[in-house]
Design a protein around this ligand. Structure first.
Ligand code: OKP
Ligand code: ZN
Length: 344
């Protein structure tokens, strides 16, 4: 299997997040990628660079104003003489106006962000764009006939919606891959999100669409990030009614219950009979992940890979979370190695 990799991810570094009342270095670090890359190289995967795409591809999923904000945010901040990382300090919650975007950089951040754990640094745009290009490159390779390609995206993407960033995510890499597949080759796509956290951005982007089935397995938002989306009663709206399926699971979920929920997800995908599959692949379901609460072990990741391969669909796999840095390589390579072992 080919994996798409860009060294530009490393330009997104040095950020802080608000965690339990303190600002700490983000759990989402450049070291994550090195571990994944090393494990894939050792496993005989073939590395390819991302291609370039016009900005109009981003506008298939994101608002042009939002893309422009992300592209220029750090320069605006820097022009005001500020250094370090950008984090918002106020949001338009209930009772405040969200019909106008404040002109200044601080208000703009609060307008476009939904949390204080998603810093923008000097290199954030370059990294986010390279991740988006990596996901679209994987989609292009699959549309051109490869059976499965993995995009080693960093930063991740599934919390970013049409015009909101958060949860370490800026551009929605998986949604861009889905849209690319639809624009180039396929009628219907299943987007399966197995990151520990609910993919609120992906859900919102495809909420009213019947050409994309969004299915997510995640820690219950009653206690887990992103808290305000990802409940079982969210099923889509309009033409998209019935094309969103959330399977929230309790803290402490181990392999047996996880595997049963995964089987429900895979049955729903089979029932939809899509032309291709995109997987938001987070491995923060791991038992020693520092910010998550499931109990999967390294030996379980190949079992996930075989189940995904059992769908027999052209597949784009997109990296999302996973913060147990020492084990992230083995866990990702576990999924991909078992997936790649499927009969061609
Ligand atoms: C991104 B991805 C909870 C703090 C949450 C943000 C988590 C973003 C996860 N105590 N901070 O889905 O892996
Ligand atoms: Zn996650």
């Amino acid at each position: 299997m080919i994996f798409v990799y860009s060294p530009l991810h490393a330009r997104h570094d040095g950020g802080k997040e608000l965690y339990r009342g303190e600002f700490v270095p983000t759990f989402e670090t450049p070291a994550r990628v090195g571990h994944i890359q090393a494990a894939l190289q050792a496993g005989g995967f073939e590395q390819a660079p991302p291609r370039e795409f016009p900005e109009s591809r981003l506008h298939r999923v994101h608002d042009p104003d939002f893309v422009e904000f992300l592209r220029t945010a750090f320069a605006r901040w820097h022009a005001e003489g500020r250094e370090g990382c950008m984090l918002p300090s106020g949001f338009p919650a209930r009772g405040l106006r969200r019909d106008r975007k404040p002109a200044g950089i601080s208000g703009s951040m609060g307008y476009y962000a939904f949390d204080a754990s998603t810093p923008i640094m000097e290199g954030t745009w370059d990294a986010a764009l390279a991740a988006a290009h990596s996901a679209m490159t994987a989609a292009a390779m699959v549309s051109e006939g490869k059976s499965a390609v993995y995009a080693l995206c960093r930063p991740p993407g599934h919390h970013a919606s049409r015009s909101v960033y958060g949860g370490y995510c800026y551009l929605n890499n998986a949604a861009l891959a889905v849209q690319y597949l639809i624009d180039e080759s396929y009628g219907r796509i299943a987007l399966l999100d197995i990151d520990y956290h609910h993919g609120n951005g992906s859900q919102e982007i495809f909420w009213e669409r019947d050409d994309v089935l969004f299915v997510s397995l995640h820690g219950t938002p009653d206690s887990e990030y992103p808290y305000f989306l990802g409940y079982a009663d969210e099923r889509g709206a309009g033409r998209g009614a019935g094309y969103t399926l959330n399977l929230p699971l309790p803290l402490g979920t181990g392999w047996d219950s996880y595997a049963s929920a995964l089987d429900v997800a895979l049955e729903a995908i089979r029932g939809y009979a899509p032309d291709a599959l995109v997987v938001s692949l987070g491995v923060d379901t791991f038992e020693r992940d520092p910010i998550s609460g499931f109990k999967l072990a390294t030996r379980h990741y190949p079992l996930i890979g075989s189940r995904l391969a059992g769908l027999g669909l052209p597949t784009v796999l997109v990296q999302e979370g996973g913060y147990a840095v020492a084990e992230i390589g083995a866990n990702v390579a576990g999924v991909l190695g078992a997936f790649a072992a499927r009969p061609a």
